[in-house]
Design a binder for this molecule. Sequence first.
Ligand code: BTN
Length: 262
Amino acid sequence: MSGTRFTDIRWFGSIDSTNRYLLDEARAGAPAGVVAVADHQSAGRGRLGRTWEAPPGSNLLVSVLLRPDLPPDQRHLASAVVALAAVGAVDAVLGLGLAIKWPNDLLGADGRKVAGVLAEADLAAPAGPVATPGPPIVVGIGINVNWPAGDEDLPPELVGLAASLRQIVGRPVDRDAVLDAMLFGLEHRVADLDTVAGRIRQSDDLRSRCSTIGSWVRVELSDRWFEGTATDLTPEGHLVVESATGTQTVIAGDVVHVRPGS
Ligand code: BTN
């Protein structure tokens, strides 16, 4: 896309996973800024080892290779900027305000999930090219653009939990317009990752879009869970929760689930 660093956009009719593809390209030395877009994925990856599925030609399935100069405890900001760029794109193209459910979901106004973000890093990969030597972080996003067309398309267990932009606005949505707007908006957000002031700007944006703040949540970690009120995000993008035992700071990479509490 001209005017941005995303000039190398690789399109696939079908591929196993755009995240897998870009991670392998990164290990072979690909520079930051390469984008992979697929019409269909045969083994799309979701969080927690789940699969991410969509019928061919219906939704946006995109991954971006980043090599940001980020302190290790701020890596969540790499996936946050992609989520924020997607929110901005949907706003620009459709006038629709999505919220970010921390850490990685994009929700419509009624709380149904419209998109998910999966960041995968390979910290042991060889350095990238001189201009962008940092370790690769591949950030993939799946946006339900035109599928499901209606609830009848969804498996029963997802009815009420997932929706598409098409369902929300009541007409088919142009995938390319959303992709273009997302990459355009991502340019300045990715540039922000390399400076202290920029990272604060992005974490401020994340905070202002984060619907988790103010709600009672149940936080499930690999070895324990607790409940409390999500009160804030730290500048690194971690979730601050006030629980019965005090203030707890939850790191995106450690969390299994953040659900509404009971
Ligand atoms: C989630 O579980 O919510 C995250 C889903 C991420 C899916 C996207 S689709 C494009 C990219 N390639 C993948 O294999 N996964 C991500």
